[in-house]
Design a protein around this ligand. Sequence first.
Ligand SMILES: [Zn+2]
Length: 360
Amino acid sequence: MGASDADRIGEINASGVVGVARSFRFPVVEGRGASGGHMPCPSCGAPTRHTQSRDKRGAAGIRRDGRGWRCHQCDVSGDAFTLAALLTLGRAPHGADDYRGIFVQCAAVGLCRAMDDATPTPRPLPTPRPAPVVVVRELQRAPGVADFWRACRPVDLTVAHPSPDDLAASWFLARRGFYAPDVARLDLARLLPGPDFTAWPTWWPASWAPAWRLVVPGFEADGVMAGLHARAVLPGATPKTRWAFGCDAGELLFSGFQGVALLRGEALDIDTVEIVEGATDMIAASLRAERNELRRAVLGVVSGSAPALARVRWPAGVVVLAATDADESGDKYAAQIREFIPATVRVLRKRLSPAGKVSA
Ligand SMILES: [Zn+2]
């Protein structure tokens, strides 16, 4: 009487999920710290988890103790032996032949002792499943954003009876030293449509309108409007900013003074491009550039924007000012700006001290 099935299952489980995955050359990422690691799902084949988000972790999470796994997509779970069964058999085992097949292959890679009987040489290992192809999803942009932007109103509070929400937006601008008619003339930001507007897009619920009132468009690197970003103007509203609901905002840029023309590759008489963090700094830098008659275009970035800078058509000889806050986050933004702009373009860091900067 040799080792039982239970003995072999115990031996396979003793290698843990990561050990079994490695033995069968299945792509697994070992955990560090509090994470047990992750891998593509051995059952449904999903490469990454939460396909709606951009979470790059494998679909199946591995328990911290390394003994179990569960797929975030199909919810199938198991232990190291279940994984071995899926990788050798392609499904859960039913009956003695299935178990025997799994044990033969596990023995061949040293995960359990060999079968006692005169087992012929084990079948060669199945060709490892090709690593699932990670599908890079097209970015989902807000459909019809340009139409909605046209329905937004200039930041012009000279109307006879501004609503309380409009007054809040006006106050928001005034507190930062922004002169609303200048913001309107340069079309740096607009107000959402008023209460009689009915054509709210699915990605911009009307319920957001009162608090997140001041909107700024986001542009692709080629100057096409592709997203909308709003700033809360009522004190205490959180989050402070929002992007279109359910749409991707990654790799979008704010276009300030002469920014759209720059992105569209139009001939511009500029010597510098100032890149700042966020919409509020974009407005401030734009007003400053226009007021001082600088030969300058202004762009704004947020977290996730920087890769777009690699695709901007930088005019020859232009100097880029990475004008970010003089703090850790500002240093990070400046490093990202430098990273994505081609090395042939000169990038200078301009540290905005809290004193010299309007508060965001
Ligand atoms: Zn799955």
